[in-house]
Design a protein around this ligand. Structure first.
Ligand code: XIL
Length: 379
Protein backbone atom coordinates (compact mmCIF):
# COMPACT_ATOMS: atom_id res chain seq x y z
CA UNK A 1 0.00 0.00 0.00
CA UNK A 2 2.66 2.41 1.05
CA UNK A 3 4.75 1.44 -1.91
CA UNK A 4 1.87 2.01 -4.32
CA UNK A 5 1.12 5.40 -2.74
CA UNK A 6 4.71 6.44 -3.13
CA UNK A 7 4.77 5.32 -6.77
CA UNK A 8 1.60 7.35 -7.44
CA UNK A 9 3.03 10.42 -5.79
CA UNK A 10 6.22 10.09 -7.81
CA UNK A 11 4.18 9.80 -11.02
CA UNK A 12 2.12 12.86 -10.06
CA UNK A 13 5.28 14.79 -9.30
CA UNK A 14 6.78 13.85 -12.67
CA UNK A 15 3.59 14.89 -14.45
CA UNK A 16 3.57 18.27 -12.69
CA UNK A 17 7.25 18.91 -13.42
CA UNK A 18 6.72 17.99 -17.08
CA UNK A 19 3.67 20.23 -17.31
CA UNK A 20 5.44 23.16 -15.69
CA UNK A 21 8.44 22.64 -17.97
CA UNK A 22 6.16 22.56 -20.97
CA UNK A 23 4.34 25.72 -19.87
CA UNK A 24 7.56 27.62 -19.19
CA UNK A 25 8.87 26.55 -22.61
CA UNK A 26 5.66 27.57 -24.33
CA UNK A 27 5.51 30.92 -22.55
CA UNK A 28 9.12 31.82 -23.30
CA UNK A 29 8.65 30.68 -26.89
CA UNK A 30 5.53 32.87 -27.13
CA UNK A 31 7.41 35.74 -25.49
CA UNK A 32 10.18 35.34 -28.06
CA UNK A 33 7.59 35.33 -30.86
CA UNK A 34 5.93 38.38 -29.32
CA UNK A 35 9.11 40.40 -29.67
CA UNK A 36 8.78 42.11 -33.04
CA UNK A 37 11.69 42.06 -35.44
CA UNK A 38 13.33 45.43 -36.01
CA UNK A 39 14.17 44.74 -39.64
CA UNK A 40 10.52 43.86 -40.29
CA UNK A 41 8.98 46.86 -38.58
CA UNK A 42 11.44 49.16 -40.37
CA UNK A 43 11.53 47.38 -43.72
CA UNK A 44 9.75 50.11 -45.65
CA UNK A 45 11.89 52.84 -44.14
CA UNK A 46 15.62 52.12 -43.91
CA UNK A 47 18.20 49.42 -43.23
CA UNK A 48 18.74 48.69 -39.55
CA UNK A 49 21.86 47.20 -38.04
CA UNK A 50 24.65 47.15 -35.52
CA UNK A 51 28.40 47.24 -35.11
CA UNK A 52 29.79 43.74 -34.70
CA UNK A 53 32.92 42.69 -32.88
CA UNK A 54 34.91 39.49 -33.40
CA UNK A 55 33.08 37.63 -30.65
CA UNK A 56 29.79 37.97 -32.52
CA UNK A 57 30.99 36.86 -35.92
CA UNK A 58 32.91 33.86 -34.58
CA UNK A 59 29.91 32.71 -32.53
CA UNK A 60 31.59 33.24 -29.13
CA UNK A 61 28.90 35.75 -28.15
CA UNK A 62 25.79 33.75 -28.94
CA UNK A 63 23.58 36.24 -27.10
CA UNK A 64 24.63 38.99 -29.51
CA UNK A 65 24.47 36.69 -32.55
CA UNK A 66 20.83 35.80 -31.76
CA UNK A 67 19.91 39.50 -31.66
CA UNK A 68 21.83 40.31 -34.84
CA UNK A 69 20.31 37.45 -36.80
CA UNK A 70 16.78 38.24 -35.71
CA UNK A 71 16.79 42.03 -35.93
CA UNK A 72 19.45 43.37 -38.30
CA UNK A 73 19.78 43.52 -42.07
CA UNK A 74 23.05 45.49 -42.10
CA UNK A 75 26.25 45.40 -40.08
CA UNK A 76 29.44 47.39 -39.60
CA UNK A 77 32.70 45.93 -38.30
CA UNK A 78 33.35 47.68 -34.98
CA UNK A 79 37.15 47.45 -35.29
CA UNK A 80 38.24 44.70 -37.67
CA UNK A 81 38.57 46.80 -40.82
CA UNK A 82 40.41 49.68 -39.20
CA UNK A 83 43.96 50.27 -40.41
CA UNK A 84 45.57 49.22 -37.14
CA UNK A 85 43.76 45.90 -37.16
CA UNK A 86 43.87 45.01 -40.84
CA UNK A 87 47.26 46.48 -41.85
CA UNK A 88 49.42 46.53 -38.72
CA UNK A 89 52.78 46.59 -40.51
CA UNK A 90 53.91 47.93 -43.90
CA UNK A 91 54.00 44.54 -45.57
CA UNK A 92 51.56 42.70 -43.39
CA UNK A 93 47.81 42.49 -43.74
CA UNK A 94 45.74 40.71 -41.12
CA UNK A 95 42.76 39.46 -43.12
CA UNK A 96 41.31 36.82 -40.88
CA UNK A 97 39.04 38.92 -38.60
CA UNK A 98 37.75 40.97 -41.54
CA UNK A 99 37.19 37.88 -43.67
CA UNK A 100 35.17 36.30 -40.83
CA UNK A 101 33.06 39.44 -40.52
CA UNK A 102 32.33 39.59 -44.25
CA UNK A 103 31.53 35.86 -44.39
CA UNK A 104 29.23 36.12 -41.35
CA UNK A 105 27.31 39.04 -42.88
CA UNK A 106 26.97 37.22 -46.20
CA UNK A 107 25.73 34.08 -44.47
CA UNK A 108 23.08 36.17 -42.72
CA UNK A 109 22.29 38.23 -45.82
CA UNK A 110 23.17 41.59 -44.29
CA UNK A 111 24.30 44.69 -46.16
CA UNK A 112 27.99 44.97 -45.29
CA UNK A 113 29.55 48.29 -44.31
CA UNK A 114 33.31 48.88 -44.36
CA UNK A 115 34.56 51.09 -41.51
CA UNK A 116 36.91 52.86 -42.15
CA UNK A 117 39.72 53.67 -44.60
CA UNK A 118 41.25 57.01 -43.58
CA UNK A 119 41.13 58.15 -39.95
CA UNK A 120 43.57 59.69 -37.49
CA UNK A 121 42.74 57.12 -34.79
CA UNK A 122 43.48 53.41 -34.74
CA UNK A 123 46.12 53.90 -37.41
CA UNK A 124 49.69 52.73 -36.69
CA UNK A 125 52.41 55.34 -36.28
CA UNK A 126 54.56 53.81 -39.02
CA UNK A 127 52.03 55.00 -41.60
CA UNK A 128 53.22 58.60 -41.24
CA UNK A 129 56.95 58.03 -40.70
CA UNK A 130 59.98 57.03 -42.69
CA UNK A 131 62.62 54.55 -41.49
CA UNK A 132 64.41 57.22 -39.49
CA UNK A 133 61.22 58.27 -37.71
CA UNK A 134 60.72 61.52 -39.64
CA UNK A 135 57.42 62.63 -41.18
CA UNK A 136 56.91 61.24 -44.67
CA UNK A 137 56.77 63.45 -47.70
CA UNK A 138 53.39 64.18 -49.24
CA UNK A 139 54.02 61.86 -52.18
CA UNK A 140 55.10 58.90 -50.10
CA UNK A 141 52.12 59.26 -47.77
CA UNK A 142 49.77 59.48 -50.75
CA UNK A 143 51.30 56.30 -52.15
CA UNK A 144 50.82 54.52 -48.83
CA UNK A 145 47.23 55.66 -48.64
CA UNK A 146 46.57 54.53 -52.19
CA UNK A 147 48.11 51.10 -51.59
CA UNK A 148 46.06 50.59 -48.45
CA UNK A 149 42.77 51.65 -50.01
CA UNK A 150 43.35 49.73 -53.21
CA UNK A 151 44.30 46.55 -51.36
CA UNK A 152 41.55 46.61 -48.75
CA UNK A 153 38.67 47.81 -50.93
CA UNK A 154 39.90 45.58 -53.77
CA UNK A 155 39.86 42.46 -51.61
CA UNK A 156 36.15 42.87 -50.84
CA UNK A 157 35.12 44.28 -54.19
CA UNK A 158 31.47 43.52 -54.93
CA UNK A 159 30.88 42.26 -51.39
CA UNK A 160 31.01 45.39 -49.24
CA UNK A 161 28.05 47.64 -49.99
CA UNK A 162 29.59 50.89 -48.79
CA UNK A 163 32.73 52.31 -47.20
CA UNK A 164 33.32 55.01 -44.62
CA UNK A 165 36.13 56.42 -46.73
CA UNK A 166 37.10 59.25 -44.41
CA UNK A 167 36.20 59.32 -40.74
CA UNK A 168 36.14 62.37 -38.44
CA UNK A 169 38.09 64.88 -40.55
CA UNK A 170 36.40 67.92 -38.98
CA UNK A 171 36.80 69.99 -35.84
CA UNK A 172 33.79 71.13 -33.85
CA UNK A 173 33.98 74.56 -35.54
CA UNK A 174 33.78 73.01 -39.00
CA UNK A 175 37.42 73.53 -39.96
CA UNK A 176 39.53 70.57 -41.00
CA UNK A 177 41.11 68.66 -38.14
CA UNK A 178 44.85 68.96 -37.86
CA UNK A 179 45.78 65.32 -38.42
CA UNK A 180 48.96 63.88 -39.97
CA UNK A 181 46.88 63.31 -43.11
CA UNK A 182 46.07 67.00 -43.42
CA UNK A 183 49.49 68.20 -42.27
CA UNK A 184 51.56 66.03 -44.57
CA UNK A 185 49.35 65.83 -47.65
CA UNK A 186 47.92 69.36 -47.31
CA UNK A 187 51.38 70.85 -46.77
CA UNK A 188 49.79 73.80 -44.98
CA UNK A 189 48.44 75.12 -48.25
CA UNK A 190 44.85 76.33 -48.49
CA UNK A 191 44.63 74.92 -52.03
CA UNK A 192 45.56 71.42 -50.94
CA UNK A 193 43.50 71.21 -47.78
CA UNK A 194 40.93 68.81 -49.20
CA UNK A 195 43.52 66.86 -51.18
CA UNK A 196 43.82 63.82 -48.97
CA UNK A 197 40.05 63.45 -48.82
CA UNK A 198 39.67 63.81 -52.58
CA UNK A 199 42.34 61.20 -53.22
CA UNK A 200 40.86 58.78 -50.73
CA UNK A 201 37.46 58.94 -52.42
CA UNK A 202 38.94 58.63 -55.91
CA UNK A 203 41.01 55.57 -55.07
CA UNK A 204 38.18 53.89 -53.21
CA UNK A 205 35.98 54.43 -56.26
CA UNK A 206 38.62 53.01 -58.59
CA UNK A 207 39.03 49.93 -56.40
CA UNK A 208 35.30 49.17 -56.36
CA UNK A 209 33.26 51.36 -58.72
CA UNK A 210 29.96 49.97 -57.44
CA UNK A 211 30.59 50.52 -53.76
CA UNK A 212 28.87 53.44 -52.06
CA UNK A 213 31.30 55.92 -50.52
CA UNK A 214 30.61 57.85 -47.33
CA UNK A 215 32.00 60.62 -45.16
CA UNK A 216 31.40 59.85 -41.46
CA UNK A 217 31.64 62.06 -38.36
CA UNK A 218 30.27 62.74 -34.88
CA UNK A 219 28.51 65.82 -33.41
CA UNK A 220 27.06 66.78 -36.81
CA UNK A 221 23.69 66.73 -35.06
CA UNK A 222 24.83 68.94 -32.20
CA UNK A 223 27.22 71.48 -33.76
CA UNK A 224 25.81 73.49 -36.63
CA UNK A 225 29.29 74.76 -37.45
CA UNK A 226 30.60 71.21 -37.77
CA UNK A 227 27.61 70.20 -39.85
CA UNK A 228 28.20 73.22 -42.11
CA UNK A 229 31.81 72.03 -42.46
CA UNK A 230 30.54 68.65 -43.63
CA UNK A 231 28.20 70.35 -46.09
CA UNK A 232 31.14 72.37 -47.47
CA UNK A 233 33.20 69.20 -47.78
CA UNK A 234 30.47 67.39 -49.72
CA UNK A 235 29.98 70.38 -52.01
CA UNK A 236 33.69 70.55 -52.65
CA UNK A 237 33.89 66.85 -53.57
CA UNK A 238 30.89 67.15 -55.84
CA UNK A 239 32.35 70.24 -57.53
CA UNK A 240 35.34 68.08 -58.45
CA UNK A 241 33.13 65.35 -59.87
CA UNK A 242 33.96 62.97 -57.01
CA UNK A 243 31.28 60.48 -56.05
CA UNK A 244 29.98 60.52 -52.51
CA UNK A 245 26.79 58.62 -51.77
CA UNK A 246 26.05 59.60 -48.19
CA UNK A 247 27.19 61.31 -45.04
CA UNK A 248 27.15 59.29 -41.83
CA UNK A 249 25.97 61.05 -38.70
CA UNK A 250 27.50 58.87 -36.00
CA UNK A 251 24.96 60.05 -33.39
CA UNK A 252 26.57 59.15 -30.10
CA UNK A 253 23.81 60.80 -28.09
CA UNK A 254 22.87 61.28 -24.46
CA UNK A 255 19.63 61.50 -22.49
CA UNK A 256 19.51 65.21 -23.34
CA UNK A 257 21.13 65.24 -26.81
CA UNK A 258 20.65 65.70 -29.66
CA UNK A 259 17.82 68.20 -29.81
CA UNK A 260 15.15 67.60 -32.44
CA UNK A 261 16.18 70.86 -34.03
CA UNK A 262 19.88 69.96 -34.22
CA UNK A 263 19.17 66.57 -35.72
CA UNK A 264 16.75 68.00 -38.27
CA UNK A 265 19.24 70.72 -39.18
CA UNK A 266 21.89 68.08 -39.88
CA UNK A 267 19.60 65.82 -41.92
CA UNK A 268 18.08 68.57 -44.02
CA UNK A 269 21.27 70.51 -44.70
CA UNK A 270 23.25 67.40 -45.62
CA UNK A 271 20.46 66.01 -47.79
CA UNK A 272 20.17 69.36 -49.58
CA UNK A 273 23.64 68.73 -51.06
CA UNK A 274 22.23 65.70 -52.88
CA UNK A 275 23.64 62.94 -50.68
CA UNK A 276 21.77 60.43 -48.56
CA UNK A 277 22.07 60.57 -44.80
CA UNK A 278 22.83 57.63 -42.54
CA UNK A 279 22.93 57.25 -38.80
CA UNK A 280 25.99 55.12 -38.46
CA UNK A 281 26.90 54.69 -34.77
CA UNK A 282 23.76 55.24 -32.73
CA UNK A 283 23.93 54.90 -28.96
CA UNK A 284 22.69 57.01 -26.07
CA UNK A 285 24.80 57.36 -22.99
CA UNK A 286 22.81 57.26 -19.79
CA UNK A 287 25.51 58.92 -17.70
CA UNK A 288 24.57 62.57 -17.44
CA UNK A 289 27.85 64.34 -16.63
CA UNK A 290 31.16 64.61 -18.37
CA UNK A 291 32.42 64.86 -21.92
CA UNK A 292 29.72 64.43 -24.54
CA UNK A 293 31.56 63.99 -27.82
CA UNK A 294 32.86 60.77 -29.32
CA UNK A 295 36.62 61.34 -29.40
CA UNK A 296 37.85 57.85 -28.57
CA UNK A 297 40.79 59.20 -26.58
CA UNK A 298 38.27 60.68 -24.12
CA UNK A 299 35.57 58.03 -24.08
CA UNK A 300 35.77 54.66 -22.36
CA UNK A 301 33.52 52.22 -20.53
CA UNK A 302 34.84 53.55 -17.23
CA UNK A 303 34.31 57.21 -18.09
CA UNK A 304 30.72 56.58 -19.15
CA UNK A 305 29.66 54.01 -16.57
CA UNK A 306 26.56 54.92 -14.61
CA UNK A 307 25.32 53.42 -11.38
CA UNK A 308 21.74 54.54 -12.14
CA UNK A 309 21.69 53.02 -15.60
CA UNK A 310 19.27 50.23 -14.78
CA UNK A 311 16.82 52.37 -12.81
CA UNK A 312 13.28 52.61 -14.11
CA UNK A 313 13.61 56.37 -14.37
CA UNK A 314 16.74 56.22 -16.52
CA UNK A 315 15.30 53.51 -18.72
CA UNK A 316 12.17 55.59 -19.23
CA UNK A 317 14.25 58.61 -20.26
CA UNK A 318 16.30 56.41 -22.56
CA UNK A 319 13.13 55.10 -24.21
CA UNK A 320 11.82 58.64 -24.66
CA UNK A 321 15.05 59.82 -26.25
CA UNK A 322 15.15 56.86 -28.64
CA UNK A 323 11.50 57.43 -29.55
CA UNK A 324 12.20 61.09 -30.25
CA UNK A 325 15.26 60.35 -32.41
CA UNK A 326 13.44 57.63 -34.33
CA UNK A 327 10.46 59.86 -34.98
CA UNK A 328 12.77 62.49 -36.48
CA UNK A 329 14.52 59.88 -38.62
CA UNK A 330 11.21 58.47 -39.78
CA UNK A 331 9.90 61.93 -40.59
CA UNK A 332 12.91 62.32 -42.90
CA UNK A 333 12.97 58.75 -44.15
CA UNK A 334 13.13 59.77 -47.80
CA UNK A 335 16.67 61.00 -47.07
CA UNK A 336 17.75 58.31 -44.60
CA UNK A 337 18.95 54.98 -45.95
CA UNK A 338 20.40 53.27 -42.88
CA UNK A 339 20.45 53.36 -39.10
CA UNK A 340 23.16 51.40 -37.32
CA UNK A 341 23.56 51.00 -33.55
CA UNK A 342 27.12 51.08 -32.23
CA UNK A 343 27.00 47.65 -30.65
CA UNK A 344 24.37 44.97 -30.20
CA UNK A 345 23.45 45.00 -26.51
CA UNK A 346 24.55 46.92 -23.41
CA UNK A 347 27.13 44.39 -22.30
CA UNK A 348 29.03 44.60 -25.59
CA UNK A 349 28.91 48.37 -26.02
CA UNK A 350 32.12 50.43 -26.13
CA UNK A 351 30.59 52.73 -23.48
CA UNK A 352 29.27 51.99 -20.03
CA UNK A 353 25.79 52.44 -18.61
CA UNK A 354 22.83 51.30 -20.64
CA UNK A 355 23.14 52.85 -24.10
CA UNK A 356 21.41 50.35 -26.42
CA UNK A 357 18.05 48.64 -26.97
CA UNK A 358 18.94 45.28 -25.40
CA UNK A 359 20.11 44.80 -21.81
CA UNK A 360 23.10 42.86 -20.55
CA UNK A 361 21.24 39.57 -20.76
CA UNK A 362 20.12 40.31 -24.31
CA UNK A 363 16.51 41.16 -23.41
CA UNK A 364 14.72 43.98 -25.23
CA UNK A 365 14.33 47.06 -23.03
CA UNK A 366 11.63 49.72 -22.87
CA UNK A 367 13.70 51.64 -25.43
CA UNK A 368 13.35 48.73 -27.88
CA UNK A 369 9.55 48.82 -27.66
CA UNK A 370 9.61 52.62 -27.99
CA UNK A 371 11.51 52.25 -31.27
CA UNK A 372 9.05 49.63 -32.50
CA UNK A 373 6.12 51.88 -31.62
CA UNK A 374 7.69 54.84 -33.44
CA UNK A 375 8.23 52.66 -36.52
CA UNK A 376 4.66 51.35 -36.47
CA UNK A 377 3.26 54.84 -36.17
CA UNK A 378 5.11 55.89 -39.30
CA UNK A 379 3.36 54.28 -42.23
C1 XIL B 1 35.34 52.52 -31.14
C2 XIL B 1 35.13 51.05 -30.84
O1 XIL B 1 33.78 50.83 -30.54
C3 XIL B 1 36.02 50.63 -29.68
O2 XIL B 1 35.94 49.22 -29.51
C4 XIL B 1 37.46 51.03 -29.95
O3 XIL B 1 38.25 50.73 -28.82
C5 XIL B 1 37.57 52.50 -30.26
O4 XIL B 1 36.71 52.81 -31.36
N1 XIL B 1 33.78 56.70 -33.65
C6 XIL B 1 34.08 55.74 -34.58
C7 XIL B 1 34.24 54.32 -34.14
O5 XIL B 1 34.09 56.02 -35.79
O6 XIL B 1 35.18 53.64 -34.93
C8 XIL B 1 34.64 54.22 -32.69
O7 XIL B 1 34.64 52.86 -32.32
C9 XIL B 1 33.71 55.05 -31.84
C10 XIL B 1 33.74 56.51 -32.22
Amino acid sequence: MRLRERAMKTRQAITIVTLVGFLVGAVSCMAEQDVPTLKDVLKNHFLIGGALNGRVVTGRDSLAAAIVEKHFNTATAENDLKWQRIHPWPDQYNWEPADSYVAYCEKNRMAIIGHCLVWHNQVPRWVFRDDSGNDLTRDVLLTRMKDHITTVVGRYKGRIKGWDVVNEALNEDGTLRNTPWLRIIGEGSEDKRYDYIEHAFRWAHEADPNAELYYNDYSLESSKAKCDGAVALVKHLKSKGIRIAAVGIQLHGSLTHPSVEGLEYAITSLAATGVKVMVTELDIRTQSRGYRGADISRVSRASTSDSDAASAETQKKLAEKYAEILSVLLKHKKDITRVTFWGVYDGASWIGGSPLLFDRSGQPKEAFFAVVRAARESR
